[in-house]
Structure formats: C-alpha cells, structure tokens
Design a binder for this molecule. Sequence first.
Ligand SMILES: Cc1ncc(COP(=O)(O)O)c(C=O)c1O
Length: 446
Amino acid sequence: MVALSTQFASARLRVAAAGSQRQHARGLTVQCVAAPEQVTTRVQRNKNMAKLQAGYLFPEIARRRKAHQEKHPDAKIISLGIGDTTEPIPPFIVDAMKKSSEGLGTLEGYSGYGAEQGTPALREAICKRLYEKVGRKPNEIFVSDGSKCDIGRLQLMFGADVTVALQDPAYPVYVDSSVIMGMTGGHNGTGFDNIQYMVCRPENDFFPDLSKAPRTDIIFFCSPNNPTGAAATREQLTELVAFAKKNGSIIVYDAAYALYISDPNCPKTIYEIPGAEEVAIETCSFSKYAGFTGVRLGWTVVPEQLRYADGFQVINDFNRIMTTVFNGASNVAQAGGLACLQDDGWKQMLDLVAFYKENAAILRKTFQDMGFTVYGGENAPYVWVGFPGQKSWDVFAEILEKCNIVTTPGSGFGPAGEGFVRASAFGHRENVLEAVERFKAVYGNK
Ligand SMILES: Cc1ncc(COP(=O)(O)O)c(C=O)c1O
C-alpha cells in the first residue's frame, strides 16, 4: 500500500511539474505544489477478487492490440477477436425501437419502470417463437439486459456453497464469476481449485467424458460452444441431461448462439431433451442474433419443475433475485426484442445470422485450404483453428505481428484451449475477405 501511495504521489508531482513547465514556456510563473499523500480506506479487498488471473481475456487482448497499434501507427488492424457484432440492426427492428423511443417523448407513449421480469408481450413472444413446442410457459421466461448479466445473477442466486463444473474451453464468464462468488480455491497454475474442468477437445468430439466427470451441483454447458464452435448433438445432450439427473445437478445451458445451428440433429434448446425441465436453466440473448450487443437484451428460462434438494422451486428464487438486483430491461430494447420475434423481424434477423454464417464458412474454408485443422464455423460464428505444439498466445502474437489481425488465443478460454486460436465471424465482409488475403500471404504455404 505504501508503494502504491508513493507511486500515486510521484505521478501527481510529475503532472504538476509538467504543468508548471508548460506555463513557464508561455512566460508565466507558477509554483509547483506537491500533491498530498494518497488516502487509502480501511476496507479489505474481497479475497476472491484477488484470486482472479491477469485481467479478463478481452481487456488483455485490447491492451495488446493497442500496444501493437502504437508500435505500428499505420497498420490497418482487422479484428477477428472479440465476438462483437458489426452489421447494422435490421430495419424492421430499428423502426420498432425508434417508435418506442419517440413514444417516450409523449404523454401517451411514456412508460417508466416496467416489470422486472420483462413485458408480458415479450415473454409471450419469446415463448411462442422458441419454447412453446418444448413445453415452456411465458411465466418461466425472465427478460434481461443480456446473458452475461444473467450468468452473474444466477451465480448470486446459487451462492458460494455450490460446486461447479464447466466445459474446458468455455466462455470465461463461468469461471470468473465462480471465482468472484467464492466457489473456487486459488489458481494452481493451470486452473482454479474446486472447479471441475470438463475437457472438450477434438479427441472427444468436444463433448466431455461424463463417465469420468465427478458430480457437481452446477454444470455450465454452452452449445454451440464459444469458443470451439462445437454444437452438441441430441444424443450428447440426452447423455448430459441423464448425467445431471443421476447426480441431482442443475445445468446452466447457455444457448446464446443457438440460431446459428443448421444441423437438425443438434437441438436449439436444451428443452428439446425430455426431462431437461427438471434439471436445466437456459440462458439466451438477442446480442448475436440481432446485433443487440450494445442495445442489451436477453432472457433466462427457469422451468417450474426445477427444484432444489428441499423441494423449493428455483423459479421463485430467480424471481426474487431479478426483482431485487435488477429493475427490468430497457423498454426501448424490449420493443426491439418484440420486433425480432414478429415475422418480418424474425426473417431479417435470420438473414443477419446467415450473413455471419457465410463469414464463418469463408474463414473455415480458408484455413482448411491452407492445411490447418479447423473446427466449428458450421453451426456457430466461431472458427477454432489448431496450431499443435504451439502456445496460443504466441500464435496470437505472431498473427498480430505478421498479419495485423486480432484473433483470440484459445488458452484464454481454459487450459484445454491451448494450441488453438479462435477466429470470430462477426466482422464486416470486406474485412473478412481482407483478412483471408493476409492469412494466405503469410500461411498459404504451410
Ligand atoms: C457463450 C456466451 N454467452 C453469453 C454471452 C453474453 O451475451 P450478452 O451480450 O447477452 O450478455 C456471450 C457473449 O459473447 C457468449 O459468448
């Protein structure tokens, strides 16, 4: 703490000194005043926060990208890194949001706080379009500001005393939110103690060997998976549900990319598997469907049949969480979400998904043609490229240095991601095509 305070104090002195020099240059005379000692509070840092590893993956990538840009100011960097969307929101959906926001400027159209669970119209529309046929009901659907936020709120609901398993590699939020909640031990150099990493690699068709997996309370499972792009088949999900039932576990099923699935043998919701309603929560999002990464809208399904060990319905606790730490999704965003589910919006949204899927196909083919082993990209917007024997961060650095392209190092998604990089298909088409040319120029003769 002393070192930190001294650092701050000297930084402030430097600023004060720089200021005084500039003013001297203009012929003014100023006094250089020493900054007071940095004050610290008496609050102890949350010991779980201190367990987290060197920054969240994407800020670290952003830091490296920035450093590269500073070193090469003229480089036109293309990002196939973070999974952020780039195409405009389809017009039918934008129009609905325009009308909604204009309405807010009128007496008749104004609305304030809405139901914390979402508007009844949107909950019904999500249910009708995606879940009615698999037995879910509108009251089981909780509209939110996105899946990432819901994962955090689910963790808050479960509390620190549950045990956790997750796919390895996986979306980093499952691990980091478990660490923050205190469900884990410290980092052991490879992963966190007390988390069950279920290895998903080409050798096991990216589906964990459940015969060897220990029981945990919670199982995070994402299909199509970010980052590998693997979509679980009906047989695999049937096995997962049976495993959860046998062990009395709850699956948190992340379906954020479900609409990217084209394979009819890969379910678009876990509730296609009979009995899943007794063991699974599903979270999903408009982010990657309609370009809502900035608008913020998603939902989580908690079936009435899902119960804790004492028979208490999980839905009641989730309702309590949502009404306590959330105040409802933006009314404008919800108007957009409703438009996504109407026929015109639905069609435009599927066209957008198809566009990104074409990008994925272009990237997939490029790497395949160059002789790389490639996974994903068929039922998912992510292409998972193997660089056997190499460290993912080294490959990331090499691609950035030689191609001016940002990818995502596989190891950032978990130990089993080592030796892979993820290429995201969410770029503009011209950038994807330009990236392809750059990859070919550097790796074409692999
Ligand atoms: C697997 C997965 N789940 C959830 C999210 C977050 O979605 P949202 O934008 O709804 O918070 C992402 C975003 O990249 C993701 O990859």
